[in-house]
Design a protein around this ligand. Structure first.
Ligand SMILES: NC(=O)c1ccc[n+]([C@@H]2O[C@H](COP(=O)([O-])OP(=O)(O)OC[C@H]3O[C@@H](n4cnc5c(N)ncnc54)[C@H](OP(=O)(O)O)[C@@H]3O)[C@@H](O)[C@H]2O)c1
Length: 324
């Protein structure tokens, strides 16, 4: 029985490794699996699938959900200064990593700069604080959370957002050189923000752009630019976002494909992104959903991939379109 199970696993592994699928651009591509990793400019390998922790707060809840997530195979944890859960995550990992025979290097932690800190004099200290909160010597990835100050009045920084972004990036480059942070990237950057960052060229390219991305919102040109520049586009809000997921999950087009492929609507939305080599960081609150969101090694046929690309476009989360 044991041998048979091992053989079965081996055959599935070989099968997945040889499968190819057609990307939305029509190119023949190797199937991306949940175990695959993206090579960052530093040569670090970053899992394509991670666990989101927005609105997950409190030591006990964090511990419970990270326990489920590590058991289900997640090795990337996405947090942010804004989520106020870095310390809880750090404490939980100290107990949970040994439980799963893992060490710090087996997991990948992303955190992000509080948006109101953009361009502030204490950005470096703020990175140090995140590292300290998380309880290890470094974070794997540090992101600029938003390309501009979220709101402006007479008391806010008189410099424009473009200058604030550039100054912040230079501090983040210093944090990489000092070993505080292994990789740096951005979030909510549109094409013009990303092009500006690449043109400014401070010696380290962004490894990741984390962005709201799902069939109902996938701004033109960004995925192509990211792929061309070797940047991972990592989707957030793949299920429609915390508090709003039901709208996307109930779309008849999504439900129809889910029924056809005998998967859940959530799996269709997540696989849709992964199949385009887009990273995903779904957040879920039950063991069953956490497992389900990792069970994505199937193929969505090309016609269904295309059908999911044709929704009317509207973002649910932050709007960076008006940030110059
Ligand atoms: N960079 C940014 O500006 C930014 C912005 C937003 C989010 N993020 C990051 O991205 C992560 C993901 O985004 P998100 O949390 O906003 O939204 P999301 O992952 O799109 O959706 C989460 C919602 O979907 C529900 N859900 C999860 N799995 C499900 C399943 N299998 N079936 C049905 N419903 C399911 C969850 O409910 P339950 O929790 O009740 O299970 C929750 O309400 C965040 O946690 C955060 O780490 C980044």
């Amino acid at each position: 029985m044991f041998r048979l199970t091992v053989l079965l696993y081996f055959l599935v592994y070989v099968y997945l490794g040889t499968l190819t699928t057609f990307g939305v651009a029509g190119n023949k591509e190797k199937l991306v699996t949940v175990k695959d990793k993206f090579k960052l400019p530093s040569d670090d390998l970053m899992p394509f699938v991670g666990f989101g922790t927005y609105k997950v707060k409190g030591d006990d809840l964090i511990f419970k959900l990270l326990d489920y997530a590590l058991a289900a195979g997640y090795r990337l944890i996405d947090t942010a200064q804004y989520y106020e859960n870095e310390e809880s995550i750090g404490q939980a990992l100290k107990v949970l990593l040994p439980k799963y025979n893992l060490t710090r290097k087996d997991i990948f932690i992303t955190t992000k700069l509080l948006s109101t800190k953009l361009g502030e004099a204490d950005v470096y200290q703020s990175i140090e604080k995140s590292v300290k909160n998380l309880g290890y010597d470094y974070v794997d990835l540090f992101l600029i959370h938003f390309p501009g100050l979220p709101s402006r009045d007479n008391t806010t920084n008189p410099k424009n957002d473009s200058v604030l972004r550039d100054e912040t990036w230079q501090v983040m480059v210093r944090a990489v050189k000092d070993g505080l942070v292994r990789n740096i990237g951005v979030s909510n950057y549109l094409v013009h923000h990303l092009k500006e960052l690449l043109e400014n060229d401070h010696g380290i390219k962004p490894g990741v752009n984390q962005l709201e991305w799902h069939p109902g919102y996938h701004p033109a040109g960004l995925l192509e630019l990211c792929k061309q520049e070797g940047i991972l586009l990592q989707a957030y809000g793949s299920l429609g976002g915390t508090g709003r997921a039901n709208v996307l999950l109930k779309r008849p087009e999504v439900v129809k494909i889910a029924e056809k492929l005998k998967k859940t609507p959530a799996q269709i939305l997540l696989r849709w992104a992964l199949q385009q080599k887009i990273g995903i960081i779904p957040k879920a609150s039950s063991e069953d959903r956490i497992k389900q969101n990792m069970d994505l090694d199937f193929i969505i046929p090309e016609e269904d991939m295309r059908a999911l690309l044709s929704f009317e476009q509207k973002h649910n989360s932050w709007n960076s379109g008006n940030i110059q």
